[in-house]
Design a protein around this ligand. Structure first.
Ligand code: ADP
Length: 450
């Protein structure tokens, strides 16, 4: 087992990883930017190293500085969390080269899955159904030709995409060229790679994903599914586990995810994402890291995913068998963001003047917040995640409503009451929703929740 783990991240996920490691008796090293001098992850870790100024490019994305910090402190592993360097194959390779274990899959798997066009081809070869479209990057000419046979609406997506960036809906032939160029430009700015591919635009899909775990000995299992259809601007806001699906469809999706992970001999934790519409499912991408929404899977399986990531990376076999995975009840997670829902979710950082957290059986709050903490404006707007677990979906919804009602976060704009409106919306409560939920009901949710 590792002696010391450096956590190459910040915010709630850094705190979550530090706690998991400390509970395993492993020493931890935090890295922080000058904007994070007062951050909780820096205080909780056994050691902390400043890796640069506020902009992520100069600190949390600065591979050299992070590796130097790991070597300097004698860390034998790096946990990248999510975002930042977590899906950077080059960084994973650099870790391998300097003899520090990267807690995640190997660089080759990250590279294949990080290129969404390549990932689709790999999945196609493994017999996993894909959204119809191009299984490779396209030039403008190819895009125009393909659009004629595919028809509209369609989606142009960045191969390196993530967080909904580099994605454009095209309704008709006139919009194609400008959407193509806009997607390329956005991808170039965000990911330094401007390759794009095309997909049929599904009009009302559910976003369903499956959690997988694999070890270096070729043993791969899945831990069930999550529904992440409640999104804003293609970014998730609320997730639940398990997804509410017809039993046969649910087991086909879980099996397909397992097949996908086995096809690449997947090692460590990963997520296979699908869109589901009209009783059919289609692979969209695989994320080769821990996800923001991992707690809902932990709540219904009782399995600590971060600790398993650490076990697996240290070379221990995955001793969980598929038949050991039991699903208990229902879990829901709400992302609490410092943002203004009425201004198209504009980020709204500030100082937390007062915090009160709901408590009780099956209630969890993952965050890096404390009273008096000032949220720096440089990073993601997510402040924390409220997660609840109940015996049924209905019970979990009621528990989340009560927990959100009790939660107090004062000092900045955030989406707490907006999310309460989502929880109380009839279509949500009745399980009649898909990724168009927000677009369809946003006005009502912003005013009175109907
Ligand atoms: P990212 O990696 O940027 O998060 P994804 O491919 O995971 O991008 O898609 C994010 C979200 O965008 C999905 O959950 C879904 O809401 C929407 N989306 C993606 N592809 C399609 C598609 N072909 N048709 C309709 N919606 C899509």
């Amino acid at each position: 087992m590792f002696h010391k783990i450096l956590v190459a991240n910040r915010g709630e996920i850094a705190v979550r990883i530090i706690r998991a490691a400390q509970q395993m008796g492993i020493l931890t090293v935090a890295v922080y930017s000058t904007a994070d001098e007062t951050a909780l992850h820096k205080e909780l870790a056994d050691e902390a190293v400043c890796i640069g100024p506020a902009p992520s490019k100069l600190s949390y994305l600065n591979a050299q500085a992070i590796l130097s910090a790991a070597l300097y402190t004698g860390a034998d592993a790096i946990h990248p969390g999510f975002g930042f360097l977590s899906e950077d194959a080059e960084f994973a390779k650099l870790c391998e080269e300097v003899g520090i274990k990267f807690i995640g899959p190997n660089a080759k798997t990250i590279a294949i899955m990080g290129d969404k066009a390549k990932a689709k081809q790999t999945m196609k070869d493994a017999g996993v159904p894909l959204v119809p479209g191009s299984a490779h990057e396209v030039t403008l000419e190819e895009a125009k030709n393909l659009a004629q046979s595919m028809g509209f609406p369609l989606l142009i997506k960045a191969s390196a995409g993530g967080g909904g960036k580099g994605m454009r809906i095209v309704q008709n032939a006139d919009q194609l060229e400008s959407a193509y160029l806009a997607a390329r430009n956005e991808a170039k700015a965000a990911f330094s790679h401007d390759g794009v591919y095309m997909e049929k635009y599904l009009s009302n899909p559910q976003h369903i994903e499956v959690q997988v775990l694999g070890d270096k000995y070729g043993h791969v299992i899945h831990l069930g599914d999550r529904d992440c259809s409640i999104q804003r601007n293609h970014q998730k806001l609320l997730e639940e586990a398990p997804a509410t699906l017809e039993t046969k469809l649910q087991s086909s999706i879980r099996e397909a995810a397992l097949k996908a992970a086995q096809a690449v001999q997947y090692e460590n934790a990963g997520t296979v994402e699908f869109l589901v519409q009209d009783n059919a499912f289609y692979f969209i991408e695989m994320n080769t890291r821990i996800q923001v929404e991992h707690p809902v899977t932990e709540m219904i399986t009782g399995i600590d995913l971060i600790q398993w990531q650490i076990n697996i990376a240290s070379g221990l076999p995955l001793t969980l068998k598929q038949e050991d995975i039991q699903y208990r009840g229902h879990a829901i997670e709400v992302r609490l963001n410092a943002e203004d829902p009425s201004k198209n979710f504009l980020p709204s950082p500030g100082t937390l003047s007062f915090i009160h957290l709901p408590q009780g059986l099956g209630i969890r709050f993952d965050s890096a917040l404390y009273q008096g903490y000032t949220i720096p404006p440089f990073y993601d707007s997510m402040m924390g995640k409220l997660i609840v677990h109940g015996p049924t979906r209905e019970a979990a919804i009621k528990k989340m409503q009560a927990a959100l009602n009790e939660l107090i976060l004062e000092g900045m704009n955030h989406n707490q009451s907006f999310m309460q409106s989502v929880l109380k919306h009839r279509a949500f409560m009745e399980g009649r929703f898909d990724t168009t939920f927000m677009q369809r009901y946003k006005e009502g949710l912003l005013s009175d929740g109907t």
